[in-house]
Structures are given as C-alpha cells and as structure tokens.
Design a protein around this ligand. Structure first.
Ligand code: GDP
Ligand code: MG
Length: 172
C-alpha cells in the first residue's frame, strides 16, 4: 500500500490547562515548560512515525485556547480520524468534562473516530484526584482506550502516540 495514504488528522481536546499543548511539545520537541503559551506551537503539527515498518504521518491539531470558552469550530473536527481526550489527574472536574468533549466529538466528528483518553500530570502523585478505576469505567462508557501520562516526566508519551498511529493504520 502507498505509504502516502497514511496521513491522518488527530485532534487534542479537553479543558484548558490539562496539558494538551505540553503533551505535543514533549512529543514533538522533547521539551517541557511550566510557562506554556498559546502561540508556542502552530495549530497543526506533523509527526512522522514508523510503526511495524509502515510510515504514517499524524497531523496533530491543537486548540489555541478556544476550549476555555468551548467555542471550537466544526472545521477543527472535520475529517479527523483520531482524538486524544485529555484531562488533568489532579482536577476531577476536567475528568468529568471528558464526557462533554466526547459528545462534541461525536456530534462534529462522527462515530468512527478513534478515541484515546490521556490522563495527564500523573507525576503529581500527592495531588491525584482521579483513580485508575474511574478512568477504566469512563473509557468503557465512551468506547475509548486510555493512557496514564505525564508531559513533565515523559511517562507513556511515546507509547500513546505509537498506539494511536497503530490503531489508525489498522482502520485505514
Ligand atoms: P492546555 O491548556 O491543555 O494546552 O495546557 P498546557 O499544556 O498549557 O499546560 C497547562 C499547565 O500545566 C502548564 O503550566 C504546564 O506546564 C502544566 N503541565 C502540563 N502537563 C503537565 C504534567 O504532565 N505534569 C505537570 N506537573 N504539569 C504539567
Ligand atoms: Mg494549549
């Protein structure tokens, strides 16, 4: 199969401040900062991966702060193949809001978008407000997979992008 076919749009959604931009920064530039700005990355970044010998390019779409007011446009979701639904493990409200984001994704992106929940900031071990059991339940409810990650210490950052890429190759 022509490798150029594996060019897939993936969006990152979730409440403001959960670490969406930080996760992308870490994966693409291998850097982390506590002082993120909305302009550090473009709205769309390409990540080229090789999974089991197959080349795939993920076009990763980050929000530019619109998520704060939940004013993400339909264009943002258009033709997306995958979605990372991100929440902050120290903020239970951001976990509860994953259902809102999953619903928005379903309304704008359709039913066949591959969903991966990212439970971020797992490095903040003394402040964790969400249990793995809760995440497992939610993942089942919205038909998603999940990874417990940290943009700060890199835990599962490579793994979650590789997983998404492998799933998209399967479904292409
Ligand atoms: P976004 O609004 O979802 O894009 O969130 P940002 O990427 O801007 O991150 C919000 C804040 O959380 C920033 O101060 C980040 O440095 C911090 N942050 C992001 N990921 C992590 C993480 O894994 N661990 C810790 N301790 N802080 C994080
Ligand atoms: Mg951001």
């Amino acid at each position: 199969m022509d490798s150029a076919q594996f060019l897939c749009k993936v969006v990152l959604i979730g409440d403001s401040g959960v670490g969406k931009t930080s996760i992308l920064n870490k994966r693409i530039y291998e850097k982390f900062t506590f002082h993120t700005t909305h302009t550090e990355l473009g709205q769309m970044n390409s990540l080229k991966l090789k999974i089991n010998g197959i080349d795939i390019t993920l076009k990763l779409w980050d929000t530019a702060g619109q998520e704060k007011y939940r004013t993400i446009t339909i264009q943002f979701y258009r033709e997306t193949k995958g979605a990372f639904l991100v929440f902050d493990m120290t903020n239970h409200q951001s976990f509860d809001n994953i259902k809102f984001w999953a619903k928005q994704l379903r309304n704008h992106g359709g039913d066949d978008v591959k969903k991966v929940i990212l439970a971020n900031k797992c490095d903040l071990t003394d402040k964790l407000a969400v249990t793995e059991e809760e995440i497992t339940d939610l993942a089942k409810q919205i038909n998603a997979n999940f990874f417990i990650v940290s943009a700060y210490n890199s835990e599962n950052i490579i793994e979650c992008f590789d997983f998404m890429a492998a799933e998209l190759i399967k479904n292409c």
